[in-house]
Design a protein around this ligand. Structure first.
Ligand code: PMP
Length: 404
């Protein structure tokens, strides 16, 4: 059952005061707050279950290994992957994209080959490709966006050539909130034999993701944006792809045997997990996913959609309001500017009123250039936010507006 009062009690930080005002936390796109059960899992892990995993014969090591591998299965179930071998733990979305950019271009790309991305990508899905572009002389092509902040699907079709080796796009935009029609994008790419990577950082906390139904080849997300801890994230890859790709980093864990002459790599998914993994982080992430599953991702989506509609309507009542991103399918992220007020000024003054919003380019500078602006104010909601908090935001924006 979705009970907002019970849910809010699960997040102790929501009871904090900021400059003596109740905290209104609208920076969930950057990171979410953590429920008590996740923090307790971390504490309990270090207090009762801490030993390095996979190589130990002793009791604690075996228990810690079991918990880590159980966490992998929780992730598998959460996104409906076929096998736990398809779930690689990374530090987050950024590391997962870097892994694919590096291993995929090493194995599958030659000079002159192309990757398709979109105009609304986070830097994490631009810079890794630029690094590979410089190394291997590959290029990337960019799907443009419409005025409403949706991808131009006609242009997408035209970007394919016989050099296209991968499509790498965001599932949900962290600035515009656009939920991209990923099923169609994947079908179009697959018709041409091109695999697809989806950046799910802003999608998994808000909508049900089923990697098999999407038939996506790679899917990545971060734990900290889905009520889990920082420093842990997920790369899903179809087994046949992960088998084919070379390791990203070398070290312990990712080997079957090593001599000075030759190293035999470990099986999946360990081939991609060099070094001691964050086994406490993985179990805390699994706890976060279980927490979401107990409430129900669809229930969360209903609540967040209500917040989005309410906030959009109320923001539009404000004089001089400009909202960036009005896609038909939209997640609970609203980027806006008010009159000529600089986004930093608005952000700093809202902060003094206890409201946490993000200001700036949101790690999407090319998108800002496209929109012809330097930055925006971004309010992004989560399952624990309320309409009353949105009212506080609206009143506070009005207060700031009147000051200017
Ligand atoms: N992609 C998107 C769409 C994001 O919103 C973010 C985080 N703002 C990232 C990638 C990067 O995530 P992380 O910093 O957790 O690796």
């Amino acid at each position: 059952m979705f009970n907002i009062d019970t849910i809010r009690k699960d997040f102790p930080i929501l009871g904090e005061k900021i400059y003596n005002k109740p905290l209104v936390y609208f920076d969930n796109g950057a990171t979410t707050q953590k429920p008590r059960c996740v923090v307790e899992k971390i504490e309990q892990g270090y207090y009762t279950l801490n030993a390095n995993i996979h190589r130990g014969v002793h009791y604690l090591s075996q228990k810690a290994t079991e918990a880590h591998e159980e966490a992998r299965k929780t992730v598998q179930t959460f996104i409906n992957a076929r096998s736990a071998r398809e779930i690689v733990f990374t530090r987050g979305t950024t590391e997962a994209i870097n892994l694919i950019a590096s291993s995929f271009s090493d194995e599958c790309m030659e000079e002159g080959d192309e990757v398709i991305i979109s105009a609304m990508e986070h830097h994490s899905n631009i810079v890794p490709w630029q690094i590979q572009a410089a190394r291997k002389n590959i290029t990337f092509k960019v799907i443009p966006i419409t005025e409403k902040g949706e991808l131009c699907l006609d242009s997408y079709q035209k970007l394919f050539s016989d050099k296209t080796k991968l499509v790498s796009i965001t599932h949900v935009s962290n600035v515009l909130g656009t939920v991209n029609p990923v099923k169609v994008l994947i079908e179009e790419a697959h018709k041409r034999g091109v695999p697809v990577l989806l950046d799910g950082a802003q999608a998994v906390p808000h909508i049900q993701v089923d990697v098999q139904a999407l038939d996506v080849d790679f899917y990545v997300f971060s734990g900290h944006k889905i009520y889990g801890p920082t420093g842990i994230g997920v790369l899903y890859g179809k087994e046949e792809w992960l088998e084919k790709l070379p390791p990203y980093q070398g070290g312990g864990e990712m080997i079957a045997s090593v001599s000075f002459e030759k190293t035999v790599f470990n099986e999946l998914p360990f081939k991609f997990e060099a070094g001691t993994p964050d086994y406490i982080g993985s179990t805390a992430l699994a706890e976060a996913l279980n927490y979401i599953s107990r409430i129900g991702i669809n229930q969360i989506a209903v609540h967040e959609n209500e917040l989005l509609s309410y906030a959009t309507a109320r923001l539009k009542e404000i004089e001089g309001m400009r909202i960036f991103g009005e896609a038909k399918e939209k997640s609970c992220v609203i980027s806006f500017l008010v009159g000529h007020i600089h986004h930093y000024d608005m952000g700093m003054l809202l902060d003094r009123l206890g409201i946490a919003v993000r200001t700036g380019h949101h790690c999407a500078e090319p998108l800002m250039h496209e929109l012809g602006i330097e930055g925006t104010i971004r309010a992004s909601f989560a399952l624990y936010n309320t309409k009353e908090e949105i009212d506080t935001l609206i009143e506070s924006i009005e207060r700031v507006r009147k000051m200017f």
